[in-house]
Write a protein that binds this ligand. Structure first.
Ligand SMILES: Cc1cc2nc3c(=O)[nH]c(=O)nc-3n(C[C@H](O)[C@H](O)[C@H](O)COP(=O)(O)OP(=O)(O)OC[C@H]3O[C@@H](n4cnc5c(N)ncnc54)[C@H](O)[C@@H]3O)c2cc1C
Length: 468
């Protein structure tokens, strides 16, 4: 059902904004996307997305949603030379306790740069005649009705022009980590949401390389994980479109990878495996070294606010920005767009006169349920490090962490466990999969063997068990 003569407006034309806009075209006659940047004509960097040069993995669940929203987009990305990859066989994975087994997992995703992904989605959306892009316009405040109970649009500052008011029946904030919604709401007389912040002090340094034409590899990504609690260094090499690699180095707990040539290479050499260093040491760099350090997990609890104005919802990084190392941001943004779709449809069919009154609080509550699992997984991992700042986990979460630690120690011994791990990581299965009887059985067997060995030669230290 489409509202005749009604329009929606999205603040921010990045992944969350574009996917939300696509959903809104089902319900509104016109959908306006207001973006602070000029969109580049080609898949290129832009100021508003400084994270774009770093590896951006769209998880399997995210790719499924993308295909639902834009049928055929995977084939389009393939035609733009983005390679596909089976995570079991084509992504050697150095986990907590050694290299995971390699096997055909059937978990296949496509690898591309963040810029190519965003550009392709934007190009698709631009063919929809309900969508209007307004570029180089910064939203500076919300507009509201006389008693401030409803948002009625936004005030926008276009470059070199006086501020302009744009009216809309629904405003969606998808303006990312630095969203001004808390301040916008305060100015309207509402409370700003409480925030939970967990800071792992993780740093990224990335560089792009041309893969040598004659080089044959049996992988499309190699991942060397960090090892809590002591080995703070990790990295990955990730093949994207046009035969290019992105090498990303990561350091936890302020062990930031350097951005000078020598320091960058030395950091790569210092990892648990020499494979990343060996792969790129003679390869042709085609970019500068990019750094990124704003990686704190930040959750804004809009779902807990007693009052929200009608006609206004918030999603994407504007609600929940993750430490990006687990690759959940874009998939959670996609899940947020699906949630908006469901909530709009439910409101329309349950409200007697087919309006969307009550949408904001209902949507933020539903969204918070979607965010809960990736939030717990990410922050649970980050809080294993004593260097991470933030509220420590409760007893139940600590037990879960210990359990997961034992499961991950088996990742190198069992293809089944690595497969379950990958499926949970890609959000196609819930974390409860780790409690399958076969996994519990393997874990108990391992613990019993470990106990037998340690009663002969005492050693209960997690770190001493690792086979590297
Ligand atoms: C280093 C790094 C690596 C990452 N790797 C991954 C990964 O592997 N996988 C993954 O899924 N996610 C990853 N992410 C997260 C991912 O980038 C975000 O989750 C994703 O971009 C969704 O964000 P968003 O659309 O909500 O916000 P953003 O991408 O931050 O975009 C916000 C948009 O709003 C615009 N804007 C801001 N303010 C205004 C305003 N007032 N008016 C108009 N426009 C405005 C900005 O210009 C921008 O275009 C990574 C993030 C970082 C930092």
């Amino acid at each position: 059902m489409v509202f005749q003569n009604k329009q929606a407006l999205v603040i921010g034309g990045s992944i969350a904004g574009l996917l939300a806009a696509k959903v809104l075209t089902k319900y509104f006659e016109k959908v306006i996307i207001v973006e602070r940047d000029h969109f580049p004509k080609q898949p290129e960097d832009r100021q508003g997305v400084p994270q774009a040069p770093h590896v951006h993995v769209l998880l399997k669940r995210g790719q499924q949603i993308l295909e639902e929203l834009f049928p055929g987009i995977d084939a389009e990305l393939a035609s733009l030379d983005a390679p596909s990859m089976d995570w079991g066989v084509a992504c050697p994975w150095l986990g907590f306790s050694g290299w995971a087994p390699r096997f055909n997992s059937g978990l296949i995703t496509r690898n591309y740069s963040r810029n190519l992904l965003e550009w392709t989605i934007r190009r698709r959306l631009a063919t929809n005649n309900r969508v209007v892009f307004m570029e180089a316009g910064q939203v500076t405040s919300l507009l509201s009705n006389f008693d401030q109970t409803s948002v009625t649009g936004v005030r926008v500052r276009f470059r070199n022009q006086p501020e302009t008011d744009i009216f809309a029946d629904l405003v969606v904030d998808a303006s990312g980590r630095n969203s001004q919604s808390p301040q916008f709401l305060e100015r309207m007389g509402y409370l700003s949401p409480q925030q939970t912040v967990i800071k792992p002090f993780l740093g990224y340094a990335s560089r792009w390389f041309q893969k040598p034409i004659d080089l044959k590899t049996d992988w499309r990504c190699v991942y060397v994980t960090v090892q809590p609690p002591n080995n703070s260094r990790g990295g990955a090499i990730y093949q994207i479109e046009n035969n290019r690699w992105i090498l990303v180095l990561i350091g936890m707990g302020r062990d930031y990878p350097p951005t000078n040539e020598v320091g960058f290479i030395e950091f790569a050499r210092s990892l648990r495996s020499p494979i990343l260093y060996e792969t790129i040491k003679d390869a042709q760099p085609i970019s500068p070294i990019y750094a990124y350090q704003r990686t704190e997990n930040r959750l804004r609890h809009y779902d807990k606010l007693a009052r929200l104005p009608e006609g206004f919802v918030i999603l994407g990084d504007a609600v929940c920005a993750f430490n990006p190392v687990y690759g959940q941001g874009m998939t959670t943004a996609a899940l947020g767009a699906l949630t908006l779709d469901k909530c709009l449809s439910q409101k329309l069919y349950s409200n007697p006169d087919r309006n969307i009154i009550g949408l904001p609080q209902y949507f933020q509550k539903q969204l918070s349920k979607v965010i809960a699992v990736p939030w717990l997984m990410t922050t649970g991992e980050d809080l294993r490090w004593h260097t991470t700042e933030g509220k420590r986990p409760n007893f139940k979460t600590q037990l879960m962490q210990r359990y997961l630690e034992q499961v991950l120690l088996l990742q190198s011994e069992s293809a089944d466990i690595h497969k379950t791990f990958l499926e949970v990581m890609h959000m196609v299965k819930p974390p409860s999969e780790f409690f399958q009887p076969n996994i519990i059985g393997l874990m108990l067997k391992r613990l019993i063997n470990h106990y037998k060995r340690s009663s002969a030669k005492p050693s209960n230290d997690f770190a001493t068990e690792q086979k590297v």
